[in-house]
Design a protein around this ligand. Sequence first.
Ligand code: NAP
Length: 599
Amino acid sequence: MTTELEIGLYIFMLAGFLGYHIITRVPPLLHTPLMSATNAIAGISLVGSLVVAGADYGALSTMLGFIAVTCSTTNVVGGFLITDRMLSMFKRSEEQTAQRRKVPFGRVLVTLIVLGAGVMALLYWSGQRGGVAEWIVHPRLHAETLKYSYIVSAALFILGLKGLSSPKYARKGMQAAAFGMLMAVVGTLFHPEIVTYKWIILGFIIGSVVGGTMGLRIPMTAVPQRTALSHSLGALAACLVGISEYFRHEGVLSPVVMTPLGFEVVVGGLTFTGSLMAAAKLQELLPGHPITYKGQNLLNFSLLAVIVGSLIYLVIAPTTAVVFQVMVALSFVFGLLLVIPIGAADMPVVIALLNSYGGLADASMGFVLMNKIQIITGSLDGTSGFLLSLLMCRAMNRSVVNVLFGAFGKVAKEKSDQEAEAKGTVRSIFPEEVTALLDDVRSVIIVPGYGMAVAQAQHGVAELAKLLMQRGINVKYAIHPVAGRMPGHMNVLLAEANVPYDQLYAMEQINPYFPEADIALVVGANDVTNPAAKNDRNSPLYGMPILEVDRAKSIIVLKRSLRPGFAGVDNDLYYDPKCMMLFGDAKESLNKLFAALKS
Ligand code: NAP
């Protein structure tokens, strides 16, 4: 006879394969929205949290459930809002001109939340009086409601992710996924074990305010740290629900339950602290460089061995609460130690990996509670995060092991300072001279990079491009898959500046155009243009596919100095006789260029 566990495992595997096929079809253009979308969907830990917060499992469980509801609601509301904000920016040229009036998704979401809160208030009020709620929450009715709402939600989540395979359908897809989340949540409110809505309502209110503020207010340049923070909250929710389940049963759990529960708590715990550390590094609250010390990897592996050992021990002797507590504490510490040696610029890979861990923690929660929707979304999220991290590593020509344990950027930066002095001369240029050069060109390729994000120069870039186009110059944007610090980072920033996505060319599409380009205008990009990646076997960048800027007729680079980029490697491009450096902050340089061109 097929057991619940077997069914769960089948569902987990099939959802993983389905996720793989759907997510490989998401174009690099939409990789940043994909990250926040899966992050929002991972907020499905909310359904497990609701039951713990609302059921009569004891004071500890209720408190942990309340915190978990707050964290997951923040994730869901913030994740869907910011994804929609990003997707609403992606427009084709013709859509830019024909602006249609649309109801903002934020308003729709807020209305839905208010409606949901109203339903709950009614349930709570009538439950107290033995009124409508008793009729609505008839045991047979709520079992059916739960079952069917989860099935519909799962279908809507998959449709939502499928929509991300094209910017045209992405927004509608994510709206369907948000509706799916609402269905799963409303269905869970009818869960037979929920006896009070007090803590649930409070958690919803706090989570919606925090998530809503994060989703609507955070600037696009801070998307990486928001995503990391959101992962940490989702993982904390999974971890707390696991802790609550353990203490509720006083550790009397079969190996079939103890194994996923231990996994949920460990992975949730390390993802929580690891993601917090990643967010702090990206926000520059902590030093961004890799922090390394002697015996670091040995310490980390020993710690991991103790955690795994504790988990195995608990599967055999689950009632040993001390071992459980030690295991939880060590998981939190392990998350911190895992991320400390990784540089801030590698954080996107780490965030994608942590996203995947968060998905696994969610799926484990699904196994503990035997909740199929959590198994499905956890598996989708796990696959998406893992695939994205692999894609990023491939685009950088590095392995995941190198990212996690290589302390990349530390040694290379020290070496590069000496190398830079030994190089030849570079030509610098002033904005007025650039305008003279632009007078008789026919095609310009703009190459944005991380410096554009730092300077927040995307609007300046778009304004300049518009002006050039008005003068009959053909302008294209060249987008490297790992330009910036997030996959698809440049696409989102340029979309924010109203650049239609049909003007953005992926690396493979644009490279053949460089020899025809009169000018390649490099705005704050460095590593992704470095010819050493093709020519210098000793370079850390060797083998990484690059934008072949060096093949353009002339090159103008906007950056502040000759300092290297993320890889810490000097760029030979700047010593090319065709290359001219316009030194200064990219935003200021673009303003000067724009003013000079206008006059
Ligand atoms: P980059 O190589 O890091 O170079 C950025 C350049 O921007 C710097 O050299 C800096 O030079 C310049 N800059 C900084 N602030 C500026 C400002 N205010 N105005 C003008 N210029 C400014 O960037 P990239 O070419 O975009 O390459 C991305 C790198 O990140 C790659 O090595 C990639 O492998 C790595 N990475 C990317 C991802 C991802 O998902 N996108 C993930 C992990 C790692 P100055 O200091 O001289 O101004």
